[in-house]
Design a protein around this ligand. Structure first.
Ligand code: TMP
Ligand code: ASP
Length: 239
């Protein structure tokens, strides 16, 4: 499968057309941004790690019956994926307070929830991805009620699968962001990526942050954290 012209360049990935109308190639970059692009940098080796980690996690999800866009890893940074129309919702699942949740509601990071929360943001960079509820999403016609229901159920199912997987790697899954897409026939599948860019991952023993918060908050040891979390995944495979 060959890369044809570039269709799109995002903050962390480039997307290319292929000779199949149903398939795209994504190419993961080392570029990192935060705060809606205000903070910019690079994280050496991130593209390779995010590509490989996202693909591995999506394969695990597929084994558990969650449909994803993953088709085939083509190289260290490139993956063949199903073409979808992205539902313009950022779907965030939280198990523990952190980040914008802590800020918005004035609670410390690390408060363990009795049950996971699912929240939606409107995927719109100009507006800064504002938080919205299901009624707002319906009013804006971002998705149908049935689609939102499907997305919510998948998000919670994915949380259970990933929480257990990371636990086995000695890692607490604090929160993460998902994006879903529609195939031509309207079927909803998981798209985008699942990586340390889009998840909060804390070492179970020390609480050390092994994710993009090290970059967002200038904590240092950014590359090392990405390498460490990748190592945990690889070690789990070879156990
Ligand atoms: P938040 O606490 O900043 O809302 O982030 C929640 C989770 O979503 C966290 O794991 C990081 C991820 N995330 C993204 O993947 N993209 C984004 O643009 C933002 C703001 C968060
Ligand atoms: N990547 C996002 C941005 O630049 C934000 C983040 O991950 O914190 O907007």
């Amino acid at each position: 499968m060959e890369k044809l012209e570039q269709l799109y360049e995002g903050k962390a990935k480039k997307v290319y057309r292929t000779d199949s109308p149903d398939l795209l190639i994504v190419d993961y970059k080392d570029d990192a941004t935060a705060f809606n692009g205000l903070k910019k940098g690079t994280i050496g080796g991130k593209g390779v790690i995010n590509n490989q980690m996202s693909n591995r996690l999506m394969q695990i999800l597929e084994q558990h019956g969650v449909p994803t866009h993953f088709v085939k890893e083509l190289s260290q940074r490139e993956t063949l994926v199903r073409k979808v129309r992205i539902v313009p919702l950022e779907v965030i699942v939280r198990n523990i307070s952190a980040g914008s949740f802590s800020k918005r509601y004035g609670v410390e990071e690390g408060m363990v929830f009795d049950a996971p929360t699912v929240e939606f943001s409107y995927k719109n960079d100009e507006l800064g991805d504002p938080l919205l509820n299901t009624d707002h999403a319906l009013a804006l016609k971002l998705a149908t009620a049935e689609e939102i229901d499907t997305i919510r159920n998948y998000a919670l199912q994915i949380n259970e699968i990933l929480k257990q997987f990371w636990l086995e790697c000695g890692v607490t899954l604090v929160d993460f962001k998902l994006e879903f897409g529609r195939m031509d026939d309207g079927t909803i599948i998981l798209a985008d990526e699942i990586s340390p860019d889009t998840s909060r991952l804390w070492d179970i023993k020390t609480g050390e942050k092994l994710d993009k918060d090290r970059f967002r908050r200038d904590l240092g040891g950014v590359e090392e954290a990405y390498e460490e979390i990748m190592k945990r995944l690889v070690d789990h495979e070879t156990k």
